[in-house]
Design a protein around this ligand. Structure first.
Ligand code: HAM
Length: 417
């Protein structure tokens, strides 16, 4: 039987790769304009990094990690997200010793063993940024502005930016207590999942999508009313700054996010083309993660764009097969040898070239040249070899001329200029 990809994992085929390269190149360019530098961390990490960072009671840690023991008996996991590994690397490599404010970006696959559905895969791809080293609301504003600027740059329309505040860790503890008190005698009204969340991760009840839970929460204590003055100011300043940057946003008091490390700002961008899995980007501030990973208390903020969902939302295909500069068509064994040498010579001189390795007729080779969008075809048979020339055919107007073999590469290079 044929072996297939694992459930929830996909090949990205050459015909689809154009749009992936486009969104990645645009991200790299813009992130770098904003002063971010690329970091690549390993795909495998110690499981404890995620348990500590993302939180013991979260769905990711409880149900979704690909975790196993390696041959040395160490508990390791495929990374389900990029923030905890970036923070680990920041600390391990003392990145803060070189610069007080460290701005990093990453692009790569993440793994979560969730039930696959449209927009939800077990291997998916994120493009993320992290700013480590500041408590300033200007950082939150920069991060959200960069997300918007990126969407605009790649031509994504129709997205909504939703922001919220969760307060500092002290505020979060207070809110958890208030919510527990409020829901204590109403747990029978909660959905099955929220009954578990009530015990393990009560704040997540806020972003439950089930109507009954949503209705119940409308009369629950509001996070914004329960947070301290500092956190309120931070949120007010962020909103004002976003307005000055002309970022349209809505405040969604029910965003809490599925990772425990968030403090103060939490945000999402959603897109209407995506159905129930509609978040194309999510992020926020995480002021305790550096300390909880073994460093000192350090303000930080970031986001991750779900690349698979972004591409679904863009809904466009990009031409990925690049047209060939020149196709080498050969007839006969000796011309084949000469054509092969020539084809490789052209390539290393910056002329994209290809040829047939299947001994097909000249007609079939010309058809192949057309399919590949070749601008020129070099035709080389026994007759040409005897005359020491190659025929160069311009595919746009059908004009042909003979060029001496020794001059051929130089002549073709001139055509490219
Ligand atoms: P997250 O909300 O778990 O946050 O993931 C960010 C984005 O990744 C989501 O909005 C979504 O677009 C995409 N995503 C997540 N899970 C899947 C999946 N199973 N299939 C397809 N796409 C998915 C984080 O990962 C945080 N590390 C973001 C962050 C960076 N916060 C601060 N800095």
């Amino acid at each position: 039987m044929m072996i297939k990809t694992l459930r929830g994992m996909k090949d990205i085929l050459p015909d689809e790769i154009g749009i992936w390269q486009y969104v990645e190149n645009a991200a790299k360019e813009l992130f770098e304009l904003f002063g971010y530098r690329e970091i690549r961390t390993p795909i495998l990490e110690e499981t404890s990094l995620f348990v500590k960072g993302i939180g013991e009671g979260t769905d990711i840690v409880q149900k979704e990690m690909y975790s196993f023991k390696d041959k040395g008996g160490r508990r390791i996991s495929l990374r389900p997200e990029g923030t905890a590994p970036v923070v680990r690397s920041y600390l391990e490599n003392n990145l803060n010793k070189k610069e007080a404010l460290v701005k990093l970006y990453y692009i790569g696959p993440m793994f979560r063993s969730e039930r696959p559905q449209a927009g939800r895969q077990r291997q998916f791809h994120q493009m993320g940024i992290e700013v480590i080293g500041s408590d300033s609301f200007y950082v939150d504003a920069e991060v959200i502005y960069l997300m918007k600027a990126y969407f605009d740059r790649i031509g994504l329309a129709g997205y909504t930016i939703k922001i919220n505040t969760l307060g500092c860790s002290k505020d979060k503890t207070g809110i958890k207590k208030e919510l527990t008190r409020f829901l204590k005698d109403k747990t029978n009204l909660l959905c099955k999942d929220c009954k578990v969340r009530y015990k393990k991760n009560i704040l997540r009840i806020f972003d439950c999508k089930v109507e009954g839970c949503k209705a119940l929460l409308r009369s629950a204590p509001k996070i914004i009313d329960a947070i301290c003055g500092d956190c309120k100011d931070h949120f007010a300043n962020l909103k004002k700054t976003l307005e000055s940057l002309k970022v349209d946003y809505v405040v969604d008091p029910y965003i809490v996010r599925g990772l425990d490390y968030y403090t103060k700002t939490a945000f999402e961008a959603t897109h209407p083309n995506l159905g129930s899995q509609d978040a194309i980007c999510a992020g926020g501030r995480y002021d305790n993660l550096v300390r909880d990973t073994g460093g000192s208390k350090t303000g930080a903020c970031g986001f991750a764009i779900g690349q698979d969902r972004l591409i679904m939302a863009l809904g466009s295909k990009r031409e990925s097969e690049k047209a060939l500069d020149l196709y080498v068509a050969v007839l006969g064994e000796v011309p084949y040898k000469e054509g092969f040498r020539l084809c490789n010579g052209l390539r290393i001189n910056g002329v994209s070239s290809d040829m047939d390795y299947q001994n097909r007729s000249l007609k079939a080779q010309m058809r192949q040249a057309n399919r590949r969008g070749a601008k020129y075809v070099a035709i080389l048979g026994e007759d040409e070899l005897q005359k020491d020339v190659i025929i160069l055919r311009n595919m746009a107007d059908g004009q042909q001329r003979e060029i001496k073999i020794n001059n051929f590469i130089d002549e073709v290079k001139k055509l490219k200029c």
